[in-house]
Design a protein around this ligand. Sequence first.
Ligand SMILES: Cc1cc2nc3c(=O)[nH]c(=O)nc-3n(C[C@H](O)[C@H](O)[C@H](O)COP(=O)(O)OP(=O)(O)OC[C@H]3O[C@@H](n4cnc5c(N)ncnc54)[C@H](O)[C@@H]3O)c2cc1C
Length: 440
Amino acid sequence: MVHGQGGVRFQNWAKTYGSSPELYFQPATVDEVKEILALARQKNKKVKVVGGGHSPSDIACTDDFMVQMGKMNKILTVDKEKKQVTVEAGILLRDLNVELSKHGLALPILGAVSEVAAAGVIGTATHNTGIRHGILATQVVSLTLLTASGEILECSKSVNPDLYQAACVHLGCLGIILTVTFQCVPEFYLQETTFPSTLQEVLDNLDSHLKKSEYFRFLWFPHSENVSVIYQDHTNKPPSSSTTWFWDYAVGYYLLEFLLWISTFLPFLVPWINRFFFWLLFTSKVENVNVSYKIFNYECRFKQHVQDWAIPIEKTKEALLELKEVLENNPKVVAHYPVEVRFTREDDFLLSPCFQRDSCYLNIIMYRPYGKDVPHLDYWLAYEGIMKKFGGRPHWAKAHTCTRKDFERMYPSFQKFCSIREKLDPRGMFMNTYLEKVFY
Ligand SMILES: Cc1cc2nc3c(=O)[nH]c(=O)nc-3n(C[C@H](O)[C@H](O)[C@H](O)COP(=O)(O)OP(=O)(O)OC[C@H]3O[C@@H](n4cnc5c(N)ncnc54)[C@H](O)[C@@H]3O)c2cc1C
């Protein structure tokens, strides 16, 4: 008999959202997961699965049954010829990266952190950057799903293709993902080159930057013209990293947290802090070579509030310049650095923010120095207004104020996804407060 624990408090990584599930389960087998669903059906309870708990929103919260998939973390098969790996859906990418490396394989793209689960990252359309690369879910060859009724369904481009189009970006609302098969590539090394520039230069030469580097992104320092450009490209060079880089960053970040804390009392300091840290950490050219996952991932030191919308790539310049103008015209609205700008290839998943269009993601943040909340509502509203104006779609993992009406406008296939969801889960077993805003 699978055991559910009472009295567990769930909190997401940034400690910005949490809930107190009535029962908290950590199943180790498919039979145990089936038992949990049977109990939920019998007691008329909702069920929410959690992977790495990294989503900066309440998407993984519930007061009913929470299922933590950390014990379902095995690698099931590695097909060296096809370069495909099948894993249990609770595996953390951190562990998968290491295991793949032992087989001379790697995922072609990862997000900024790997303490996230296979089903969790695909479910919220996690992305990184590189216009030839899609969101992480585009690496999914097939997956299996346990539905509310207890049935196991498999889907891929050829088997149940409609379900595949929905389930690769599943929002946790179609059922419990049990296994995922990923398409890998031979293990590779990346050279990261970081160098300073200006917003005007980068926006004027966007196409050229996109062509020059496979995984191009840039950081804009709000309240200034400053930009840090980051190129990441395949290399045969041996691993190397600059110690200056390490010391600058480690010491710099302690100072940053302290200054940001001071700025919670004196907000007019924020533009100066942004400029000071650009000068301190980002004005020289830095090169760094390592195995791919160590370059894709970096240490996110601070808890933060975050928003990240995808807009059509051709709107990048207009949208960023408008955000800059809004900040210039409203000195009381302050924005922490950086605004991270990334680029992603279009795909065909029904609820992917990159559905049928190459996209630019604009990620804004407000840090929480020493866990302190920093006012950010005005910045958030101004940003959301601009994103909506330019046809944006919010990141599913990150908090937003959109509701079903907005999504119907944003996603041409929203209704198709809803029909699939309603068929698989007519009682709404996998709903929670976040999803009710999306679907009801
Ligand atoms: C420090 C940090 C850095 C980040 N960097 C990036 C980045 O570079 N790019 C980016 O796009 N995003 C980024 N994110 C967001 C992150 O990638 C997403 O929140 C991702 O979903 C986290 O995976 P997780 O396993 O923690 O998912 P969780 O937060 O645990 O869950 C996410 C969703 O998946 C569902 N779910 C999880 N497992 C299953 C399952 N087995 N079956 C069914 N549903 C399931 C949950 O119910 C929930 O709806 C970052 C977040 C943090 C905190």
